[in-house]
Design a protein around this ligand. Structure first.
Ligand code: ADP
Ligand code: ADP
Ligand code: MG
Length: 687
């Protein structure tokens, strides 16, 4: 290994031309190395975590990336103004834009990445394949030449043999690809793939590849310095994909022999050297069942899934990138590198698996994450209270686990996902958990079609909600209220971290009724689909316990609430996390989220005013009136139905008594606060 470079330029201050989790992750290493950091932010990111973590932050424009994070000029200007002598591009955005790398160079700013020539060489999948072919790297059989006439492309597809995959040469992020299974579908797919390529990448140069039917995606992490040294940091298996996008990644690749690992690694290092590569790069391969591997593309940047490599090698790849950019030789040789144990990463997204995985935007009302330790790492760019905006990738976090064995890591992941609770936006957490516990995943039967094959069972997110969940929600609401009362009563012990209710000592009410809806989703944008409506729970407080009943079943229990942690003790103790915002309560139990909302019960005990009148809780229309003057009613008996905001609200008797007058009839419109009926509660003696 060459060990001297007389041309070392120390990096003193780094501007991060990115946002979110990767910006935070880069800042972490910069602080460790005592290098100053400069963040960028758009309108949507004014209060984002990467801005808070950085030493300095510069505003660069409106929220759309095209007006901020993709504006090379503004970014260079920010670097100059803050005196940053290097720029880290992260992944996505400008990370693989050779024009941007060149502009950095022209302005005497170190681009923390490969030389412009290497980005250019690998930027087009077609040109990359030419180069790899010359370096003896095996390619997916296909066509990547310049003649782009429809006739030639069709003839080449037929020669390769169907099925084939059409790919935009400049594509990325799983976009610009079409599977073609027969010649008569070719033209139609070619046209639409070209249209998508023009729209997304501004270029419709197409390559055609043999479609490998059940491959695995195995990629090699390489690293080169400016002195011509190169090493590989082993491989990652990224076969768990949805629509050609990675969902779960792991290292090492299960079942890969040492011989094959070395052969793939050596091939990748040789290929990197052939383009005078510098810094972190990834060679992506498809692997067939027989172990043959074919080059797909090279990513000339830090990869999203780099943490799994860091966990098994103990190296900090961002530190390596910075040292390589300064001109230092690699810190070690290939022989010095080894790996230990197994790491798995899942990408936690704000999206709705039940609805085609559409991004779910809005405020993160509640975020509880597993504790980080040597087994669990979380790379996140958001915290509770932050917004997931429509402008950027809706990733909430990457959750990475490590253990000595793959099965140990799967077990760690299972536990960590159960401790990962999000409310306010929908997430793929349960979907990820289903993959992680799937038998084929556990047995490492991996292929890029894994999710497709198991789609039905992975999407089986239907909540097995039953009476006990409504009871938990009622206990939570009751305890929250009594905690609040405790806290405002100076005579009570404010130091006690636990609030417990073993009976109803703060109030003489012997029983209370709560009503809930069950919602399938629950987010701050207000989306909800109600599955069950108006389910009542009665809590009766006895000397030491609570009797809770719902739809005919009842349990006797004790309940404890500490912050967001509710424990309900019956025969055994059931522990859960609970989050509440507005009228919505979400219970997180064993990795499942149950969304309940308080059924509008405006007319509970506090609904009657001093004049013995029940008033309308909001503007609306009377749908039905069940009682007439002179009638006696039981506590909680339905009296009338009011329709407001497209929902029906039942108005109930706050206690037993007699109706003295009814002011409205079905069909009438009523204003918020208007008296609906007059009501006489029984006197003390019950007369
Ligand atoms: P990796 O191979 O590192 O896992 P991905 O394909 O998941 O990379 O892409 C990394 C990030 O960059 C993602 O946030 C993705 O949305 C974004 N990205 C990658 N390529 C493109 C592209 N051509 N256009 C837009 N975004 C892209
Ligand atoms: P991107 O630039 O969007 O990451 P890639 O060329 O890396 O595009 O391909 C993304 C994914 O698409 C691969 O991981 C693989 O699952 C699938 N894929 C790509 N090429 C083929 C092929 N020839 N046969 C089968 N699947 C493929
Ligand atoms: Mg790729």
């Amino acid at each position: 290994m060459t060990s001297q470079n007389n041309n070392i330029i120390p990096i003193k201050k780094v501007l991060i031309a990115n946002r979110g989790e990767i910006a935070c992750r880069i800042i972490r290493t910069l602080s460790k190395l005592d290098i100053d950091s400069v963040a960028l932010y758009s309108d949507a990111d004014k209060t984002a975590q990467h801005v808070k973590l950085a030493d300095e932050a510069v505003y660069i424009g409106a929220s759309p990336a095209a007006e901020s994070y993709l504006c090379a000029d503004k970014i260079i200007d920010a670097a100059k103004r803050t005196g940053a002598n290097a720029i880290h591009p992260g992944y996505g955005f400008l990370s693989e834009n050779s024009g941007f790398a060149k502009t950095c160079e022209d302005n005497n700013i170190i681009f923390i990445g490969p030389p412009t020539s290497a980005i250019d060489a690998m930027g087009s999948k077609a040109a990359a394949k030419d180069i790899m072919e010359k370096a003896d790297v095996p390619l997916v059989p296909g066509y990547h030449e310049k003649d782009q006439s429809d006739e030639r492309l069709l003839a080449e597809a037929t020669k390769i043999g169907y099925p084939v995959l059409l790919k935009a040469a400049l594509g990325g992020g799983g976009k610009g690809m079409r599977l073609v299974t027969s010649a008569d579908e070719f033209q139609e797919n070619l046209d639409s793939c070209k249209r998508e390529a023009i729209a997304s990448f501004g270029d419709d140069f197409m390559l055609i590849e043999k479609y490998i039917t059940e491959p695995r995606h195995v990629e090699i992490q390489v690293f080169c310095d400016q002195l011509g040294n190169g090493v590989y940091l082993f491989e990652r298996d990224c076969s768990i994909q949805r629509r050609h996008q990675k969902v779960i990644e792991e290292a090492p690749a299960p079942g890969l022999s040492d011989e094959l690992r070395k052969r793939m690694g050596d091939t990748a290092v040789k290929a990197a050297k052939s383009i005078n590569y510098v810094g972190a790069g990834t060679f992506e391969f498809l692997m067939d069942k027989d172990g043959s591997f074919y080059f797909m593309e090279m990513n000339t940047r830090l990869q999203v899934e780099h943490p799994v490599t860091e966990k098994i090698t103990g190296q900090d790849l961002v530190e390596w990138q910075i040292r390589a950019a300064e001109g230092h030789p690699l810190p070690c040789t290939q022989e010095d590198l080894s790996f230990n144990g197994h790491a798995i990463e899942v990408r936690v997204y704000a999206e709705t698996p039940e609805n085609e995985f559409l991004p779910s935007t809005g405020k993160i009302q509640y975020l509880r994450t597993p504790e980080e330790n040597k087994h669990v790492r979380i790379d996140s760019g958001v915290t509770q209270g932050d917004e997931v905006s429509v402008y950027y990738d809706p990733m909430i976090a990457k959750l990475i686990v490590w253990d000595k064995t793959r099965s140990g890591a799967i077990h760690r992941m299972d536990k960590a996902l159960k401790e990962f609770c999000v409310n306010g936006v929908n997430t793929n957490i349960e979907f990820l958990s289903n993959i992680n516990s799937n038998d084929d995943f556990v047995n490492a039967k991996l292929s890029t079609h894994f999710i497709e094959h198991h789609n039905d069972s992975l999407l089986a997110l239907k909540k097995d909600i039953d009476n006990k969940h409504y009871i938990y929600a009622a206990l939570y609401q009751h305890m929250l209220e009594s905690n609040n009362k405790n806290n405002s009563d100076p005579s009570l012990d404010q130091q006690s971290p636990w609030a417990s209710v073993n009976g109803w000592s703060l109030n003489t009410t012997p029983s209370r009724v709560f009503r809930f809806n069950h919602d399938l989703v629950n987010n701050s944008e207000g989306d909800s689909q109600t599955a069950e409506k108006n389910i009542a729970v009665t809590l009766t407080f006895e000397s030491n316990t609570i009797v809770a009943s719902c739809r005919g079943s009842s349990i006797q229990c004790e309940a404890y609430l500490k912050d967001d942690e509710l424990t309900v003790i019956t025969g055994h103790a059931q522990r859960m996390y609970v989050s509440q915002f507005d009228e919505k309560i979400t219970l997180f139990i064993d990795g499942k989220a149950y969304h309940l909302s308080a059924y509008s019960a405006e007319f509970s005990a506090e609904g009657d005013d001093d004049n013995g009148q029940l008033t309308a809780p909001m503007n609306g229309r009377i749908v039905d009136v069940f009682v007439s003057a002179g009638e006696s009613v039981e506590p909680d008996q339905p009296l009338a139905i009011l329709e407001a905001m497209k929902m029906e609200h039942t108005i109930r008797a706050p206690s037993g008594g007699v109706i003295s007058e009814v002011f409205y009839a079905p069909g009438d419109l009523i204003d918020d606060g208007a008296p609906l009926l007059a009501f006489e509660a029984p006197n003390e003696k019950g007369e």
